[in-house]
Design a binder for this molecule. Sequence first.
Ligand SMILES: [Zn+2]
Ligand SMILES: [Zn+2]
Length: 82
Amino acid sequence: MSDIEKCKRCGCDWYHPCEGGCYWVDDELCSSCATEDELKMYEEIKQAHIDYFSSAIGLDRKNESKLNENISVSKLAHNKGE
Ligand SMILES: [Zn+2]
Ligand SMILES: [Zn+2]
């Protein structure tokens, strides 16, 4: 109970997301509060992680969709959003 993540700007948490929904871009920052610069920055970090994991499991990015047909590993990679 003591450890619920809360957005440091709007105070939303897992149980009370912002209207329209939001996700964590950082430990204490949700997507609706992040500036465009911040979103971009965290998006890059996230992408770097995805690239790392992709190569860690031997997933070539261009084979991603093909792989998705067989295995459902790539939720993460798939989830990069638009
Ligand atoms: Zn917020
Ligand atoms: Zn929020």
